[in-house]
Design a binder for this molecule. Structure first.
Ligand SMILES: *Cc1c(COP(=O)(O)O)cnc(C)c1O
Length: 398
């Protein structure tokens, strides 16, 4: 079955007792045993829950993996995967990394004796040079957040295989609709399902998919032992959201493409980052993914434009997060990337002129009109400020 069909039918033929099309929410935390040594497969809900199991089976199949695990958040998924490693282990990680993952690694995991090197995965020689005897894994995001840089997954997974390392990919930005890292050679896929998979900014969830029986068994043990599992109601909400993933991703992408073109020709915009706009990036992206997704970022001409632009938007919400049906704009400098050291931020290009858009599924003309009027307003404020500076000679000089 094609992916759109799998998605629309999630859980719809699993309930045999009543034939319910929408899979029920099983709230029971415990399950009766018929006798000694007997079980329906469900004993205690942390270990397994029927509603969660439908979701876990679904994500494993969509990603082409062996087993799936639903967690209480994307960060819980990352932490559960980190349970694979022990004191002394070293991981090589994407330099342009989700801020919360960076914080977890540096503020907590280092205390448990893990160490991390942050490398630009577009430079394969730097990746190879960072490998040490104690290196165990690569942890990759592609495209990266917020600069939409693309890592060649086939090449990176091949390097990992040659050195006996595992490759972990955070696939939040692409979802299995556009990209299936396990098909490229990855061993573990992680999602913040809070984003595109849920799709409606109303459920916090994380997912893990593992390849192979060994890793899957280990992960099942960690998932149960750590206990950061997804509740039954949230599992159901996520299943419901995922049914429309294909339609949403197509629309997110179509709108993002048009907004990227609008922004690129705007005189107040210096640079636009969207995978389809950079030919070198696009060449790699089309080898490993079926599209460019719905995220883009752009640099405005001056940091003085940012404040007035954000307060002039009427439709697009200035809010953190991404992947929902509503268009959101974020300012990575003070929001998502605030925990990343200034030096790293500068190195990857997250500056005070950069804005990130999670493009929703609204009519794109309304989105363009909103951005256009907000940019006009911002320009007016900016020019007035400059004029005031000239008029008032004691005003501080920049
Ligand atoms: C949001 C996000 C996370 C963290 O997920 P939560 O569900 O917020 O815990 C991890 N990785 C990426 C790429 C994200 O965007």
């Amino acid at each position: 079955m094609r992916i759109e069909t799998q998605l629309a039918q999630l859980g719809s033929n699993k309930e045999t007792k009543t034939g319910a099309i929408s899979y029920p929410v099983y709230y029971s935390t415990t399950y009766r045993h018929a006798g000694l040594g007997e079980s329906t497969g469900y004993d205690y809900t942390r270990t397994a829950n029927p509603t969660r199991a439908v979701l876990e089976e679904a994500i494993a199949r969509l990603e082409g993996g062996t087993a799936g695990f639903a967690c209480s958040s994307g960060m819980a998924a990352v932490q559960t995967v980190m349970g694979l490693f022990a004191r002394g282990d070293h991981l090589i990680v994407s330099l342009d990394l989700y801020g919360g993952t960076y914080r977890l690694f540096e503020s907590l995991m280092t205390r448990y004796g893990l160490s991390f090197s942050y490398v630009d995965f577009r430079r394969l020689d730097e990746v190879k040079a960072a490998i040490r005897p104690e290196t165990r894994a690569f942890f990759v995001e592609t495209p990266t957040n917020p600069l939409l840089q693309v890592t060649d997954l086939h090449a990176v997974c091949e390097i990992a295989r040659c050195h006996g390392l595992i490759t972990i990919v955070d696939n939040t930005f692409m979802t299995p609709y556009f990209q299936r890292p396990i098909e490229c050679g990855a061993d573990i896929v992680i999602h913040s399902a809070t984003k595109y998979l849920g799709g409606h900014n109303d459920v916090l969830a994380g997912l893990i998919v593992t390849k192979g029986e060994d890793l899957s068994e280990q992960m099942a043990g960690l998932h149960n032992a750590i206990g950061a599992v997804l509740g039954p109601q949230d599992s159901w909400l996520l299943l419901r959201g995922m049914k429309t993933l294909a339609l949403r991703m197509e629309k997110h992408q179509e709108n993002a493409y048009q907004l990227a073109h609008f922004l690129r020709q705007h005189p107040l915009v210096d640079e636009v980052f969207y995978p389809a706009l950079q030919s070198e990036t696009w060449e790699i992206q089309t080898k490993q993914a079926d599209g460019g997704g719905g995220m883009l970022s752009f640099r405005v001409k001056s940091p003085a434009l940012v404040g007035p632009l954000l307060s002039s938007l009427r439709l697009i919400a200035f809010a953190e997060s991404l992947g929902g049906v509503e268009t959101l704009i974020t300012y990575p400098h003070t929001q998502t990337h605030a925990d990343i050291p200034e030096e790293t931020r500068r190195k990857v290009g997250v500056c005070d002129r950069l804005l990130r858009l999670s493009v929703g599924i609204e009519n794109v003309d309304d989105l363009i009109a909103d951005l256009a009027q907000a940019l006009d307003q911002a320009e007016r404020v900016w020019k007035e400020e400059k004029r005031d500076e000239v008029r008032d000679p004691i005003a501080p000089q920049r």
